[in-house]
Design a binder for this molecule. Structure first.
Ligand code: CS2
Length: 486
């Protein structure tokens, strides 16, 4: 079978680019070319190019490894986006113009971001990719931030790269670009702006920081599309629907949402014509999505892992576990402020999405990097619920599930390693604990932003401790059944 490329002759049932991709120049440099960006920002940009044209194709930068580049470069950036719902469809995306990766990726990315054509630098680097503390400052202990503070002229992390690229543009008398964070952090644009200004002041001087503060823009966004890891079935479906082999195919669900603050200092593609919603304040949407969708995801990932459920759809297939998902969504909805949307309908739609039998979304995938996710997903709404007197038990259950999952041991009694940037200090803290209270205290020492004082003490602390004890002594399945009982 012929490999997908810019010269591929459209065939099969797939939708092919309704425009000539190579006739458009690039305008966006995207940092973090994972599956999510290919299912989300690139799909919106592809649709905008087809509708309105413009020089808005994307230069993708893969900061971690070369696998994505190795599959996409021989395909001239073309890849298939497979959508699985009641039916299966495929679309060949033409918005990706080139891919940078490998040993000199930092220098190559700086050159692309310094190019006069670049008007937006967008990011999907996951929560841990930034080097921002959960309260929003520059995390000087983050490995990339640390390295870049020492060598600001040869950065490798996103904050160092953005600051250096903006310094180069200022020196060359070029206008700045918009920095568009598309990760699941609360106030993502605002936090990235603060961190970039702090880095710029420290390494390039206050003049650059002033210039960035007055001339660049950092809109916040809420992004949503469930994108499981690609499998051999993804490639097989892509081949069947495009008639071409594709080593970079991605699969996703039909639902997609993008809410963006309309603050672009150098223009943008016609994303508003392709389903993106432009608003003055993204915060309430962000709160709704992070606390409801992502919060329920984290809860069901840890409890699902402990109950032997490999996929989100397996959790939803168990009536008791699904009831706990609904309970969590209701408690999280009670903490969302400032939206006139129907949150019951949103919760119902989330359950339908989680139930999608065609999507194999691994609980192990969602369980990764909990220390980076739980502050905005669980702790923030828990503290708010506690202050407002609304239901807190679902948050205590989610935290207890995470703690029990951290302390898991295999059949031989050996600790099971977790995939998290704080895995080493967590493992050291967890291994010595013999009681639930000791475990809570030890983990709080490593992650005070997840278990602050009010969640360790008082009625919440007691509830958390009792739930953790029950999970560890009786097993997750029994606790799920009891928690779900009316
Ligand atoms: C998930 C998200 O892996 C995770 O932590 O909760 O990736 C989730 O699927 C997306 O945010 C959905 O938009």
């Amino acid at each position: 079978m012929i490999r997908l490329s810019s010269g591929a002759v459209p065939q099969g049932a797939a939708e092919w680019p309704g425009y000539t991709p190579e006739a458009h120049g690039t305008g966006i440099v995207h940092l973090g070319l994972g599956n999510f960006a290919r299912a989300h920002l690139l799909a919106y940009t592809d649709a905008a190019l087809a509708l309105q044209g413009g020089n808005w194709r994307v230069t993708g930068v893969s900061l971690r490894g070369t696998a994505v580049a190795d599959s996409l470069i021989p395909q001239d950036g073309r890849y298939t986006l497979v959508t699985r719902g009641e039916t299966v469809s495929a679309r060949v995306i033409g918005a990706l113009a080139d891919v940078l990766a490998g040993a000199n990726v930092g220098a190559a990315a700086l050159a692309a971001m310094g190019n006069p054509a670049c008007r937006i630098v967008s990011l999907t680097v996951t929560e841990k990719g930034y080097g921002i503390t959960s309260t929003g400052g520059l995390d000087r202990n983050h490995p990339a931030v640390k390295a870049d503070l020492a060598r600001p002229d040869a950065p490798s992390g996103v904050i160092g790269l953005i600051a250096a690229a903006l310094a180069a543009r200022r020196a060359a008398n070029l206008a700045p670009f918009t920095v568009l964070s598309c990760d699941n952090l609360s106030h993502n644009g605002q936090k990235l702006r603060t961190a970039v200004l702090e880095f710029a002041t420290a390494c390039h001087g206050p003049d650059l920081a002033d210039w960035i503060a007055t001339r660049a823009s950092f809109p916040s966004t809420m992004v949503d599309r469930i994108t499981p890891a690609a499998t051999p079935a993804t490639a097989a479906t892509a081949a069947a629907l495009t008639g071409h082999s594709d080593l970079a195919a991605v699969e996703t669900e039909p639902f997609t949402q993008w809410v963006i603050e309309d603050d672009f200092c150098a223009g943008r593609p016609a994303w508003h014509q392709t389903g993106a919603l432009f608003v003055r304040d993204v915060a309430p949407y962000e709160q709704m999505k992070l606390r409801m969708l992502n919060g329920a995801h984290s809860m069901l990932a840890y409890s699902g892992q402990l109950a032997g459920r490999a996929y989100v759809r397996d959790v939803m297939a168990d009536p008791a576990h699904a009831a706990l998902v609904r309970r969590h969504l209701a408690a999280a909805a009670a903490t969302v402020q400032g939206l006139t949307l129907d949150l019951d309908a949103y919760a119902q739609a989330l359950c339908d999405r989680f139930r999608n039998p065609a999507i194999a979304h691994a609980t192990a995938q969602i369980a990764m990097d909990g220390t980076q996710k739980l502050p905005q997903r669980i702790t923030a709404p828990a503290l708010q619920a506690l202050a407002a007197g609304t239901a807190t038990r679902p948050f205590a259950f989610a935290l207890a599930a995470w703690l029990a999952w951290l302390a898991r041991r295999d059949a031989l009694g050996q600790p099971i390693p977790v995939d998290d940037p704080k895995a080493a200090p967590l493992a050291a803290a967890v291994v010595q604990q013999t009681t639930p209270a000791g475990l809570i205290r030890a983990v709080a020492g490593v992650c005070p932003d997840i278990l602050p004082e009010p969640l360790q003490t008082g009625p919440f602390g007691a509830e958390l401790c009792a739930l953790l004890d029950n999970i560890q002594t009786q097993g997750m399945t029994a606790v799920i059944a009891r928690e779900a009982a009316p």
